[in-house]
Design a protein around this ligand. Structure first.
Ligand code: MRU
Length: 352
């Protein structure tokens, strides 16, 4: 059984998301009726993960398109562009929603030039928006297959053990997952010995979400605290580290969940290949180096409280960056995409 984080009824134009703040205890779907609802859900991390942020944002626009009556193409075009621009402001680091904004701005502009009837243009846009769901699943299936094949050709030691970080599975996407898609594909090929997942402090995407996906889907998994990763690599066999990304830039530097960078450093020390798995919508060729990526900082309550209980003294200062940047040179296994697996230096040749 695969978890579904985003449910969209295309006939009715109704969107629901699985509230990820309540997992793993409670599975509650909540309706997203407006772009504002989507912005709130993204900001509060009821929905999270770079692809899911873009898809929920885009589908919230579809929900409004279904209900509204646009009197002109320029009104429709302004609504789409302004909505995307507002949605991008909810969380700055993941680039997928910016890519979606660019794509839909071009589609809308093309419609404005070709089509006279706003209703017809609205219907075409609506269809393009909901097709993002299926596109994401097929992209992730390709990422999974490419990554699993690459790891297996590099590795001749039997079944593989993977270490992953944060949550990159069905919950972070429309389905299947990116890094977790690679793990899923290894499992489908009967070649996965087991996966270690970090708990991923402070928000615990690993223990609350990845561990939940592994258990629900019968994938052999073991949870570790973030501080155990170096010891794990030394004491137990890890064939490869595979994580997702929020933004990969032109030189291969990659922003991903805080803690990714230290895993890459430790993997390098232990000679363990380190992979990023991400769709092309996560690659930002407009930025040349990771130092230019805007890193979101989140509120200190995520660090000083756990499940509503205070776990650090009042008055302590906190620094809570949600992401860090792993230099391309530490991505020793490669960047796994739907188009193939590339070294950071090969990536730039993939720019269209
Ligand atoms: O803060 P989050 O939970 O949105 O961060 C998610 C990650 O860092 C994921 O690794 C990344 O978005 C890839 S999800 C396929």
């Amino acid at each position: 059984m695969s978890l579904q984080s985003i449910v969209f009824d295309k006939e009715e134009g109704k969107l629901s998301i699985l509230n990820q703040l309540l997992l793993p205890d409670v599975s509650l779907y909540e309706e997203i009726n407006t772009v504002q609802d989507a912005w709130d859900a993204i900001k509060n991390m009821k929905t999270r993960g770079a692809p899911a942020i873009a898809i929920v944002g885009a589908l919230s626009i579809a929900v409004e398109l279904k209900k509204r009556n646009f009197l002109s193409l320029s009104e429709l075009s302004s609504f789409v562009n302004e909505s995307f621009s507002y949605l991008q402001s909810a969380r700055p680091t993941a680039v997928n929603i910016t890519e979606a904004a660019k794509r839909f701005s071009e589609i809308t502009q093309g419609l404005v030039e070709r089509i006279k009837d706003p209703k017809k243009a609205c219907d075409i846009l609506y269809k393009n928006l909901y097709e993002m769901l299926q596109e994401d699943i097929s992209t992730n299936t390709s990422i999974g297959r490419n990554g699993a094949e690459h790891i297996l050709t590099q590795y001749s030691g039997g079944d593989v053990t993977i270490l992953t970080h944060c949550n990159t599975g069905s919950l972070a996407c429309a389905g299947y997952g990116t890094a977790l898609g690679v793990i899923r594909s290894l499992q489908e090929k009967g070649r996965l010995k087991q996966v270690y997942c970090t708990e991923t402090r402070p928000y615990n995407q690993g223990s609350r979400l990845t561990a939940y996906e592994l258990v629900t889907e019968g994938i052999p998994g073991t949870l570790i605290c973030d501080s155990m990763a170096a010891c794990l690599m030394k004491e137990r066999h890890v064939s490869a580290v595979v994580v997702g990304a929020d933004r990969v830039v032109a030189n291969g530097d990659t922003a991903n969940k805080i803690g990714t960078y230290q895993l890459a450093v430790v993997a390098r020390y232990h000679g363990i290949p380190f992979y990023i798995a991400a769709p092309f919508t996560t690659i930002d060729f407009s930025i040349s180096s990771g130092s230019e990526i805007v890193i979101e900082e989140r509120k200190k309550e995520e660090m000083i409280c756990f499940a509503g209980k205070r776990i650090a003294p009042e008055g302590i200062n906190c620094w809570n960056p949600a992401f860090d940047v792993t230099p391309g040179e530490l991505i020793t296994g490669g960047i796994i995409t739907e188009r193939g697996v590339f070294t950071p230096t090969e990536l730039i040749n993939q720019k269209k």
